[in-house]
Ligand binder design. Sequence first.
Ligand code: AMP
Ligand code: MN
Ligand code: MN
Ligand code: MN
Length: 303
Amino acid sequence: MGNTCANSVSASALRYDLHSHSIRSDGTLTPADLVTRAHAAGIGVLALTDHDVTDGIGEALFTANQLGMSLIAGVEISVTWQGHTVHIVGLNIDTTHVLLQQGLARLRAFREWRAVEIGRRLQKKRIDKAYEGARRLAQGEIVGRMHFARFLMDQGYVRGHQQAFRQFLARGKPGYVPAQWAELSEAVTWIRSAGGRAVVAHPGRYTMKPGELREFFDTFQECGGEAIEVISGSHTAEANRHYALLAQERGFLASVGSDFHGPEKTWMTLGRLPALPDGCIPVWRDWECSGLRTEDSALSPQS
Ligand code: AMP
Ligand code: MN
Ligand code: MN
Ligand code: MN
């Protein structure tokens, strides 16, 4: 399958957002509503990249086709690398690929177990029925930490998501459960064998020391990772600039993604990302949906 772009439109006119979430993981909109909102925000190419699941892609593709915009089949894979949790986005994947789906199923099984365990740990802090509350907010889908954060907010334990993570859910806090996610090499292999391109999500958010981060990028590249998110909705302007330079120095393709989770959130908006700095090579460079530039059209067999 590979490229799931629905339309060919002029590349220069398109706005890309290659990182977003729906209720199939920890976003709050249905895939259809997410795509509709992205379209209204002026996005021409959207990737749905739910955490460790691709169940929303079909619905998102259907809506994108109706609206005449392009939808990239994606996923955001949870990885543990040298004790750090990192996220690897896969873009333009074949969602039917068995190796990929087996890997994701393993991660979701861990999520199920972890959710019960988070509830148990919060109970020790006299927070009742957190698992049940988070489960309800997940509306039948996999329960993630974001659902616990929303539960803690709704119940008045905290004022916002950030505080929920700071006080209860982040590493070392009472509700934190150490995780063993996928190996970095596994995640990249799943993505590549499903025909996709592996992208380091929001590199500016990791807490690794500079030496560790360099080693992480080396390993990612050795495994076959090709791209990093240069522009992220969760980056500062300075981080965007830093990772633009890093992508150029290391020969990474550059991606752009809001990490939108829903209209409630303030730090990840749709349709407001800055453009890729000059000198970056877009991760979509050779995608069909980026359309044919006029000079290329003259070379196509039909013309
Ligand atoms: P999980 O994959 O279930 O462990 O949850 C990770 C998700 O929680 C991320 O994808 C974000 O959506 C959210 N998250 C993590 N850290 C924070 C934070 N400090 N503030 C707000 N949301 C966060
Ligand atoms: Mn999330
Ligand atoms: Mn992430
Ligand atoms: Mn994300």
